[in-house]
Write a protein that binds this ligand. Structure first.
Ligand SMILES: NC(=O)c1ccc[n+]([C@@H]2O[C@H](COP(=O)([O-])OP(=O)(O)OC[C@H]3O[C@@H](n4cnc5c(N)ncnc54)[C@H](OP(=O)(O)O)[C@@H]3O)[C@@H](O)[C@H]2O)c1
Length: 241
């Protein structure tokens, strides 16, 4: 199968690519980003499956980029301004990156793909779909990301089964071996005081690849789902070695 990873230069995408390269069911990986996508460290022998495709403007895909995306079976979308970087940009930039790029990505990428096309979008555990709510923490951003989830689901609804959505809702995404305390006081406060759930980077990555390849278990995946699915996949891979 052919898998597109949008935002392929990022933290989560790099681990997804590393795992996808060694997955025999995936024959082609398109790393879609605004700059060159490097082959991840420890990618193994099949790194030639990865093709870096640069998109200069995610509101306007060139014909060359569209050609590279055509015929894919699934897309894992990771492009966003993450919660920790929101304050570094004007909100219009955050809105364009988090919402407009996803909406345009859906409208551009899904019709070029195989049917049904699986679209896996990474959101966040605190994201609120109900736009009448008034979240206490980062209200505008939390509602914006909820609006994106609504748009992904609305696109799927309108597609009559041509696009199948999956929305991952991680809290903190922990690096391999990172405990709740090793990320410093910020993550500790979030996780223990505010009750933000966490998932390991390897588990969210394994889960999203699995759902892209084998089918979507449910429309929204929480940290506990991704820990369950991801840890089983990795344990099965260990025993088959
Ligand atoms: N990391 C976490 O702990 C965490 C927790 C919960 C949810 N999430 C969500 O998971 C997703 C992926 O997170 P991540 O940590 O992997 O993010 P990341 O490392 O910041 O990567 C984001 C990707 O989006 C691209 N991007 C950002 N702004 C862009 C723009 N204006 N135009 C084009 N591309 C742009 C980045 O490109 P460049 O590399 O060129 O900047 C990169 O490829 C996000 O939706 C995030 O909110 C992450």
């Amino acid at each position: 199968m052919k898998l597109i990873i949008a935002g392929s230069t990022g933290y989560v995408a790099t681990e997804i690519i590393r795992q996808a390269i060694s997955n025999p069911a995936i024959t082609s990986i398109i790393g879609l980003a605004r700059r060159e996508t490097a082959v991840p460290a420890n990618a193994g022998a099949n790194a030639s499956k990865l093709k870096s495709v640069i998109c200069k403007d995610f509101n306007n895909y060139s014909e060359d980029v569209k050609k590279e995306l055509a015929g894919a079976n699934a897309c894992i979308w990771t492009i966003a301004v993450g919660i920790g970087k929101v304050k570094d940009f004007p909100f219009e930039h955050v809105r364009k990156t988090c919402l407009d790029y996803v909406v345009n990505g859906l409208e551009t990428i899904c019709p070029l793909g195989a049917k049904p096309f699986r679209f896996l979008y990474i959101s966040g555990s605190n994201v609120t779909r109900d736009q009448t709510k008034k979240p206490l923490f980062m209200r505008d951003y939390t509602l914006l990301r909820g609006e994106v989830e609504n748009r992904v689901l609305a696109y799927a609804e309108k597609s009559n089964g041509d696009m199948l959505p999956c929305i991952a809702k991680p809290g903190l995404i922990r690096k391999p071996g990172q405990t709740t305390l090793s990320g410093g006081i910020g993550p500790w406060i979030l996780m223990t005081v505010l009750g933000v759930p966490s998932v390991e980077l390897v588990h969210i990555s394994a889960t999203l690849i699995d759902q892209a390849v084998n089918g979507i278990e449910k429309e929204a995946l929480l940290c506990e789902d991704m820990t369950r699915i991801g840890s089983k996949i990795l344990a099965d891979q260990e025993t088959s070695l």
